[in-house]
Ligand binder design. Structure first.
Ligand code: UDX
Length: 448
């Protein structure tokens, strides 16, 4: 099939590349000439495992091309995917100006039946809005489809190629048939393509992310109580996750969810409810709990040092919101480091991928006070304590003997529960994690 992907951000690139890989001809449209040059040379501007290989192959085999000319893309394609940015506006609702602008242009350009697909996460009712916008400018037949993505950063290629389900929102049989044909290669193992109306499809995306964010938050609250009553959240997680109604996944307590999707989608769904005279109370709580969970580690630090944080140095391992990405949007590390520097502490930070992305996210003023180091051990040198804020694999089995020698005091605040409590006990490390008892918590610390 001939496909246009409009917008070559994260979703657009993964979508375009995977459709090209399954034998379609994909034309990618972007209005940034520098980005187009980069893409034409086979450079992938984001870090996403597995993407570059597929992308380079698609370019070599001429199944993916690039243009800044929307009319060329519209003319050459049967299906147009809108993968445009929908950033949160001041009121929490997604800003649809990019989507509406492209819809207007499509309305002026189409001369033959097309399917226009909303791939970006958009508020309920956007498919109708896009349809009305195009309809007001043309009498050529077309259909608008909602087809939300469920891609996890770091696993996006796999998620795209082996989706647990594909959701297609359309009331047109013609569009549904085309979409089914397009996705058929990805669901050969029997996973379903679920066809529904546009609004339900748009709501499905928000419901999925809202539910997952709630699931994590629920476990974070259970963890907070576990700490207070002397229970261990790891055991509780196994104990409940084996109930198939609950499920094993997304039950890991930590220092809060981040990323580009959960925080934004929870906020947008809350807003949609409010706009429709409904107070989505659970989501309100999810937002508040998550904000305080990100700072829970700072509370533990303050308590351990009896409020004397000023002048101390902390090593931070991990700046991204999760492993296998360079994305730092809404990462707990941002809030933790801002708070620590605000309290007068020094920070040595290490992350395998976030050196370029973190400064803008944390703000230049704070960033200029961070000592960014090139490896994990440098982040331990002469620090009062280590903070673990992302569970990169390379942090899972450190050389603890060396580790202890480098630090001023062997103290760890672990936001991701990477280590065994017994092992920490044996090594005489003071260890705070999430939802589990503290280990060697009565260590007498030196003054800052
Ligand atoms: C998410 C959804 O999973 C994906 O389907 C959607 O379309 C986009 O948003 P992503 O943001 O890439 O994907 O990350 P994900 O792996 O889902 O993790 C989100 C956040 O939740 C991370 O900050 C992660 O650390 C946190 N998390 C996840 C937990 O704290 N505990 C868990 O058990 C799982």
């Amino acid at each position: 099939m001939k496909i246009a992907v409009i917008g070559t951000g994260y979703v657009g690139l993964v979508t375009g590349t995977c459709f090209a890989d399954s034998g379609n001809h994909v034309i990618c449209v972007d209005n940034n000439p520098d980005k187009l040059d980069l893409l034409r040379q086979g450079e992938v501007p984001i870090y996403e495992p597995g993407l570059e290989t597929l992308f380079k192959r698609a370019i070599r085999e001429k199944r993916i091309t690039f243009t800044d000319d929307l009319s060329e893309a519209v003319k050459q394609s049967d299906i147009l995917f809108l993968c445009l940015p929908t950033p949160p506006g001041a009121d929490g609702q997604a800003d649809l100006s990019a989507v509406v602008k492209v819809a207007e242009q499509i309305g002026d350009l189409i001369d033959d039946y097309k399917v226009i697909v909303n791939k970006s996460t958009v508020p309920v009712g956007t498919a109708d809005k896009v349809r009305l916008t195009i309809e007001s400018r043309t009498s050529v037949p077309f259909d608008v489809v909602s087809n939300p993505e469920f891609l996890r950063e770091g696993a996006a290629v796999n998620d795209f190629q082996k989706p647990e389900r594909v959701v297609i929102g359309t009331s047109s049989d013609r569009a549904a048939e085309l979409m089914k044909e397009l996705y058929d290669p990805f669901v050969r193992s029997g996973n379903p393509i679920i066809i529904m109306d546009e609004r339900s499809s748009e709501m499905t995306k928000y419901a999925a992310n809202g539910f997952l964010a709630t699931k994590i938050t629920f476990m974070n609250e259970i963890a907070n109580i576990c700490e207070r009553v002397g229970a261990n959240v790891d055991h509780v997680r196994r104990g409940i996750g084996t109930d198939s109604r609950i499920g094993k996944r997304f039950l890991f307590a930590g220092i809060g969810f981040g990323g580009s999707c959960f925080p934004k989608d929870v906020q947008a769904l809350h807003y949609t409810a409010k706009e429709n005279d409904y107070n989505f109370r659970i989501l309100d709580a999810v937002q508040k709990v998550n904000d305080s969970q990100k700072l829970s580690i700072v509370e533990k630090i303050k308590k351990f040092y009896n409020g004397q944080v000023k002048g101390r140095t902390f090593g931070v391992w991990g700046l991204t919101f999760k492993p296998e990405t360079d994305d730092v949007r809404e990462a707990p590390a941002i809030y933790i480091i801002q708070a620590l520097i605000g309290l007068g502490a020094h920070v040595k930070a290490y992350d395998p991928e976030a050196r370029k992305t973190f400064p803008a996210a944390v703000g230049e003023e704070i960033s200029s006070q961070i000592d960014y180091v090139e490896d994990q051990t440098s982040a331990l040198q002469d620090v009062d304590a280590l903070i673990i804020s992302t569970e990169w694999n390379e942090f899972r089995r450190p050389d603890f003997d060396n580790f202890i020698k480098l630090m001023k005091e062997p103290v760890i605040f672990d936001g991701r529960n990477l280590y065994d409590l017994e092992r920490m006990e044996e090594l005489n490390i003071t260890y705070f994690s999430v939802g589990r008892r503290g280990v060697n918590v009565n260590r007498k610390v030196t003054n800052a």
